[in-house]
Design a protein around this ligand. Structure first.
Ligand code: APR
Length: 246
C-alpha cells in the first residue's frame, strides 16, 4: 500500500534503536481536553488560565485555583485516549529504546498503554502539599477547599508544574538524556514555546538526531527540523505505524 511519508522517515523509524517523543496539548485536543491557550468554557470563561496556573494565584485565591483544577481533572477523567495516544503506545512496543516525554498532565498516555511516561509538567490526578511539596495520596474528608495536608496542615494543591516553577529534576534529567542520545526525535502537538521542554528537540538536533514535527501548524521549531508532517496527530500517527510496521 502506498503512503504519504518520505522513505527516509520510514527507514529511520524501522531501524532506530533510540526514539524520543515530546508531546504537547495538541495530542490530547482530539480527545476533547482543552489547551491553556484556547478559550475556556462555561463558568471559567472569564479567567485566563495562564493567570490561574501560578503559585501567586494560589496564594491569593487557593479556593479558586483548586476548583479550576477540579474542573480540569474532571474533563481529563471523562476524556478517552485518541488514536494518536494509542499509536504512540504501539510505537513504544516496537522501538528498542523508547522515551515518551509529555507536557500534558491529563494522564491520557498511560491510559492508552504507554509505560514509563516522563511527565515533565506533573500529573493532574496527583496532589501534593503546597507547604513542603511532598505528595499526599489521601486526606481526611472535609468541606474545606482546598483540603489540608494531614501531615503539616498546609494547603493541598495539584501536583502540576505552574508558571514560574521548576520542573521535577528527575523527569527533566531523563528527558534531556533521551533527547541527547536518540536517533530519531518527534515533537508532536506542541507549540514549542514553553521552556525547558522547547529546548529538547534542539538538544536532539545538536546531538545529530533526525527531528520530525507533527503539528496542524508551523511553530518556531519548524525552520530548524528535518521534516514537518502537517496535520492532526490522531490521523498521522496511526498511518505512520501502519506504514512502518504493517
Ligand atoms: N494534532 C497536532 N497538533 C495539534 C493538534 C492536533 N490535533 N491540535 C492542536 N495542535 C497543535 C497546535 O497547532 C499547537 O502548536 O498543538 C499545539 C498546542 O500548543 P499549546 O496549547 O501551546 O500546548 P503545549 O505546547 O503543550 O503547551 C506547553 O504550556 O500551557 C502550558 O504547561 C502548559 O504543558 C503546557 C505548556
Amino acid at each position: 500500500m502506498s503512503h504519504p511519508f518520505p522513505p527516509v522517515l520510514i527507514e529511520k523509524l524501522k531501524t532506530a534503536q533510540r526514539v524520543a517523543v515530546l508531546t504537547g496539548a495538541g495530542v490530547s485536543a482530539e480527545s476533547g481536553v482543552p489547551t491553556f491557550r484556547e478559550a475556556q468554557t462555561g463558568l471559567w470563561a472569564q479567567y485566563d488560565p495562564q493567570e490561574l496556573a501560578t503559585p501567586r494565584a494560589f496564594r491569593q485565591n487557593p479556593k479558586l485555583v483548586w476548583e479550576w483544577y477540579a474542573w480540569r481533572r474532571q474533563l481529563a477523567a471523562k476524556a478517552e485516549p485518541n488514536p494518536g495516544h494509542l499509536a504512540l503506545a504501539e510505537m513504544g512496543k516496537r522501538v528498542p529504546h523508547f522515551t515518551l516525554i509529555t507536557q500534558n498532565v491529563d494522564g491520557l498516555h498511560p491510559r492508552a498503554g504507554s509505560r514509563h511516561v516522563v511527565a515533565l509538567h506533573g500529573d493532574i490526578t496527583r496532589t501534593k502539599c503546597f507547604a513542603d511539596g511532598r505528595p499526599v495520596a489521601v486526606w481526611p474528608e472535609t468541606d474545606q477547599i482546598p483540603p489540608r495536608c494531614p501531615r503539616c496542615d498546609g494547603l493541598l494543591r495539584p501536583d502540576v508544574v505552574w508558571f514560574g516553577e521548576g520542573l521535577p529534576p528527575d523527569a527533566l534529567g531523563t528527558a534531556v538524556s533521551a533527547a541527547r542520545s536518540c536517533d530519531l526525535f518527534f515533537s508532536i502537538g506542541t507549540s514549542a514555546l514553553v521552556q525547558p521542554a522547547a529546548s529538547l528537540p534542539i538538544e536532539a538536533l545538536n546531538s545529530g538526531a533526525f527531528v520530525v514535527e507533527i503539528n496542524l501548524n508551523e511553530t518556531p521549531l519548524t525552520p530548524h527540523i528535518h521534516l514537518l508532517l502537517k496535520g492532526a496527530s490522531g490521523v498521522i500517527l496511526p498511518k505512520l505505524i501502519q506504514a512502518v510496521w504493517a
